[in-house]
Design a protein around this ligand. Structure first.
Ligand code: 1GP
Length: 247
């Protein structure tokens, strides 16, 4: 079975899937094994690994450490074209379709595709959509793109429909890491209503209640990163998992 199929099976079984984002730049290597074990025990379904600004060679080591300490899928959420590793189970093969930066729509994908193919890494084509979330986020600044307006669900729906017609397997609605405001429920609801591609929602989720609202609006995968870097702990991860798992 492909990793993509296994992710969808988890959604069918649990209602939605809890994804914990690990940015190798933001967690101490010493702390990683116990964090991974706690997250696994708390009911995490997927580890995403990536970051906008990974400054050393910790990317590959981080994936290997996670694999040593957990059996759940490790999926690369690449912050750049260098973030590819055969040690992971799959990669979200992203195209930043909310923006109009050709390098992030197709340029980086052309550079990455031969490597992904050569190492035999499963690629899950994912339409990445940045949504306005208050102050400028790193994702917005680094990508040099404008996010989608947060009060115009019809614009988000039109992008999502284009993604569906183009054959993307996932749509990632992103407010940006550490965003002031998460993706509005109205945008998630409108996209889920008009489009059948599974939705990942992340960025700025601070409480389990926030996460539950996103699932109720139509998200199938919920991502948390910053809140765990700040407040960590098995208890909070368990609360997130149980808020997200509606079945
Ligand atoms: C960022 O969606 C992820 O790409 C997670 O965001 O760090 O705000 O949880 P946070």
């Amino acid at each position: 079975m492909s990793v993509y199929q296994s992710l969808l099976l988890t959604v069918s079984a649990k209602g939605a899937s809890y994804c914990v984002l690990i940015d190798p730049d933001k967690i101490e290597e010493k702390a990683l094994p116990s964090f991974v074990e706690q997250a696994t025990g708390a009911g995490t379904d997927v580890f995403l690994v990536g970051g906008s600004l990974i400054v050393d060679d910790s990317f590959e080591r981080t994936i290997r450490t996670i694999k040593q300490h957990s059996n759940i899928p490790v999926v690369i959420f690449p912050g750049g074209v260098m973030q590819i590793s055969g040690a992971a189970d799959a990669i979200l093969f992203l195209s930043l379709i909310s923006g109009r930066n050709p390098e992030l729509l197709i340029g980086n994908q052309v550079l990455a595709a031969p490597i992904v193919k050569k190492i035999g890494l499963e690629a899950i084509s994912t339409a990445y959509m940045l949504v306005e979330s208050g102050k400028t986020t790193s994702a917005e600044f680094i990508s040099n793109t404008r996010p989608l307006p947060r009060h115009k669900p019809d614009i988000a729906v039109a992008h999502a429909l284009a993604a569906e017609i183009l054959g993307f397997k996932m749509i990632y609605l992103e407010a940006g890491s550490g965003a002031e405001q998460s993706v509005p429920d109205e945008i998630i609801g409108a996209v889920a209503k008009h489009c059948s591609v599974p939705l990942i929602v992340g960025g700025g989720l601070k409480t389990p209640d926030d996460a539950r609202k996103k699932v109720n609006a139509g998200a199938k995968f919920i991502v948390t990163g910053t809140v765990l870097e700040k407040n960590g702990g098995a208890t909070l991860m368990k609360e997130f998992a149980s808020a997200i798992h509606s079945k």
